[in-house]
Design a binder for this molecule. Structure first.
Ligand code: S3P
Length: 424
């Protein structure tokens, strides 16, 4: 697909449902008793992989345009799948479901696309094995396909080396089936949607600072869940609104959970004009964001801030490329093991567009302010790479061609249409 520089952007966009929260709603609804009703569910390919997997384990899930209805069968109601479970491109499905499958009374095999078969799974295999789980990487490379033989589990206190909500959630979900309590301590707090939603379903779960603790065998009760808009999807419109001259965009229905709102902090620190409207703190907090074109300046991003904006870093790189001065990103080595190596890919194509960017072991250094020009970008089948370069193209001279642009269906099927509606 080809993209061109725009004159300006104006109007409103309503952000589709949060990917992380949509996955969890299906998983926890399947393990709960009774009906779970989910509105504003993200109909992205990743979340559909989660639905497919639970259907294969005997859960009836109705997917209608208005809502998802999950007919949960309780903590011990899953059935042995008759075929391999296909995770598609979804790391969240793969890692979280592994925690659930480890504590079942049946065996299962998980696989996924080429990217999933390269994502590191040792990070969940290690703690789940410590709990008594039996997980084998069938190719012996610590990646999927994984064979999981359900077994009795016991609680542990796991000190994770990475700040990863996927690792934390896998261990907490296994903890539902373990004997005794299970604790996870992480180096920096990662997104806490599992903790919030599991508690709402009735799990005995507490969190203090960077440690979450869960007790086994709760009775989970079906819930009504309204999924807030995904701040990771809103990020592209935040960047577009800040970068395009004269732009003014109202971004509606954005989840602003403090474990996810790093992009708002960073955008403001860089000099961005963003106003929060209609803030709502009932459950997962939400707001509308009014974003206006701003002259940005470079900053340093590191430490505990990084997990709160990890998925937004590719588009934050684009903001930094257009900012005055130097931006330094540290402590973000996790970027190397996302859907693509996001340090290498961002450095390769932002350089090709004329940006002064250097990759480091755990981030990048960007000397902003040079004019960008169009180029040919390969998405590396990474949705966030495709969307980030679609935003860069809005301020680049000449054509930008994105190969593999369709990959946005993973997290935001209507992305290009929503962006096109703002063109003026
Ligand atoms: C997610 C956690 C993050 C994030 C991913 C979704 C989740 O991954 O990058 O897009 O829903 O738990 P890590 O836990 O590997 O950091």
């Amino acid at each position: 697909m080809k993209f061109q520089k725009v004159n300006t952007l104006k109007g409103e966009v309503t952000i589709p449902g949060d990917k992380s929260i949509s996955h969890r709603a299906v998983m926890f609804g399947s393990l709960a008793e009774g009906l779970t009703e989910v509105t504003n569910f993200l109909q992205g390919a990743d979340c559909l992989s989660t639905i497919d997997a639970f259907r294969k384990m005997g859960i009836e899930i109705e997917n209608t345009p208005e809502k998802i209805l999950i007919h949960g069968r309780g903590l011990h109601g899953l059935k042995e799948p008759s075929s391999v479970l296909d995770m598609g491109n979804s790391g969240t499905t793969t890692r979280l479901i592994s925690g659930i499958l480890a504590g079942q009374t049946f065996a299962s095999t998980l696989t996924g696309d080429a990217s999933i078969q390269k994502r590191p799974m040792r990070r969940i295999m290690e703690p789940l094995s410590m709990m008594g789980g039996k997980i084998v990487s069938l190719n012996g490379n610590d990646c999927a396909p994984l064979q999981i033989t359900g077994s009795p589990l016991h609680g542990i206190h796991y000190h994770s080396r990475v700040a990863s909500a996927q690792v934390k959630s896998a261990v907490l979900l296994a903890g539902l089936y373990a004997e005794g309590e299970t604790l996870v301590t992480e180096p920096s707090l990662s997104r806490n949607h599992t903790e919030i939603m599991l508690r709402a379903f009735g799990a005995k779960l507490s969190s203090e600072d960077k440690t979450a603790r869960i007790y086994p065998e709760p009775r989970l009760q079906g819930q009504k869940i309204h999924v807030p808009g995904d701040i990771s999807s809103a990020a592209y419109f935040i960047a577009a609104g800040l970068l395009v001259p004269g732009a003014e965009i109202l971004i509606k229905n954005v989840g602003i959970n403090p474990t996810r709102d790093g992009i708002l902090k960073v955008a403001k620190e860089m000099g961005g004009n963003i106003t929060l409207l209609n803030e709502n703190y009932d459950g997962e907090p939400t707001a509308d964001l009014l974003v206006k074109h701003s002259q940005l300046h470079g900053i340093v991003m590191e430490g505990d801030l990084i997990p709160t904006l990890i998925d937004e870093l590719p588009v934050i790189n684009v903001m930094a490329a257009c900012a005055e001065g130097t931006t330094v990103i540290r402590d973000a080595a996790e970027l190397k093991v996302k859907e693509s190596n996001r340090i290498d890919v961002m450095v390769q194509y932002l350089s090709a567009m004329g940006c002064d960017i250097t990759g480091t072991d755990d981030g990048m250094i960007i000397v902003g302010g040079r004019p960008l020009h169009g180029t040919v970008v390969d998405s590396h089948m990474d949705h966030r790479i495709a969307m980030s370069f679609a935003i860069a193209s809005l301020v680049a001279e000449g054509d930008t061609e994105i190969k593999g642009s369709d990959v946005v269906t993973i997290s935001y099927p209507g992305f290009y249409a929503d962006l096109a509606r703002l063109h003026h």
